[in-house]
Design a protein around this ligand. Sequence first.
Ligand SMILES: Cc1cc2nc3c(=O)[nH]c(=O)nc-3n(C[C@H](O)[C@H](O)[C@H](O)COP(=O)(O)OP(=O)(O)OC[C@H]3O[C@@H](n4cnc5c(N)ncnc54)[C@H](O)[C@@H]3O)c2cc1C
Length: 396
Amino acid sequence: MNVLISGASVAGITLAHWLRRHGYSVTVVERAPAVRPGGYKVDIRGAALKVIERMALLDAVRAARTDVRSGSVVDASGKRVASMDGDTFGGRRHDDAELLRGDLTGLLYEATRDGVTYLFDDSMAKLSEHADGVDVVFASGRTGTYDLIVGADGLHSNTRALAFGPAQQYVRDLGYYVSISTVPNHLGLDREELTYVGPGRTALTYSTAGETTAKAMFLFSSEPLSYDRHDRAAQQRLLADAYTGEGWEVPRLIEGAQAAPDLYFDSLSKVHMERWSTGRTVLIGDAAYCASPASGQGTSLALVGAYVLAGELASAAGDHAAGFAAYEREMRPFVNANQDLGPANIKRMVMRTKGQVRISMMMLALLNRMPGKERMMAKAIEPIHKAANAIALKEY
Ligand SMILES: Cc1cc2nc3c(=O)[nH]c(=O)nc-3n(C[C@H](O)[C@H](O)[C@H](O)COP(=O)(O)OP(=O)(O)OC[C@H]3O[C@@H](n4cnc5c(N)ncnc54)[C@H](O)[C@@H]3O)c2cc1C
């Protein structure tokens, strides 16, 4: 079988790996000129770690860990109100791994580049399905016919738009925006994360192992903003406006974000679809079930979804409709459990009012003085671990 995957990121490359292992012929089309390097830190937890292990990439993933050693919440003067070890702060335990998204996709790409055809700098423009396959016209003008099409092209999925209809039907904004960029490490952080919480707007900065720069991340609540997703200057203005007058190091971080080469800016959104497949086309990862960055589980969902889809297609031995149905059956409860995390987490990350900020700072200061605070925090992050393990992975 001949499969075209749209999107060379976590979901797309992982799927390419597993489909190739099951004997499929795989082409991946990616809009960017290469697998995108760098990016923010992402977590691999629970079942997703097993997928990495089955790909024989566990040691490489461990070696690429961010190694963030501590995390603190700071007040406007920069005083650390509460501090804990980096794993507890980031909601990780046991072997859970945190690494930069670009490091993960780089590892996955290196593991699949032989035996998979990658078409960079291109995108699907038109799909025409018929009894024997799907004819694809690409933006570059090249054409091809494939047995199956897989959309692994993220929250703003092109495949979803072409095969299922406009995003408005499926994408639900949570009422927040997120931005992240590479900035100078002006605080001299060494594998440390600092979070500042203002009313309706949170700002954080961290440095990771082996990087001379830092990242600045901003999360703020807002009515829907109207802007062009490809207009970086407009996004920089919206970000600066949202943080006007904010304390701590926020002005310097905003200044850094204005000059950053890699500003990311988007709404915090979830994707809900009744079905993830139609005819010969199926979706995985953020394209199908984005849980929002606030869930902390998007990367793990992408890894597990790719593994399960490839396995169920192989088990269905050529009956793609049966394979797609089994993929949905296996993944639905896992997706639901993880999508539920986002709205609850974001309420803890962004406080609505000054009063909420004050109370939460008092509670954090109290927690910081308590013996066994790490144990209490570990309890607080129990839901994410439950969700991360809410699937029994089959051996395919
Ligand atoms: C700020 C931020 C912080 C996050 N933090 C975490 C975290 O801590 N833990 C976690 O698990 N997850 C986190 N995530 C989520 C995680 O990054 C995503 O859930 C995960 O990357 C989804 O993978 P994906 O492959 O489905 O989609 P994506 O990684 O979005 O990849 C989509 C790919 O498709 C390509 N593409 C897009 N359009 C086209 C097209 N027309 N044609 C061809 N290719 C196309 C893109 O260039 C990209 O390579 C975070 C996300 C953000 C934005």
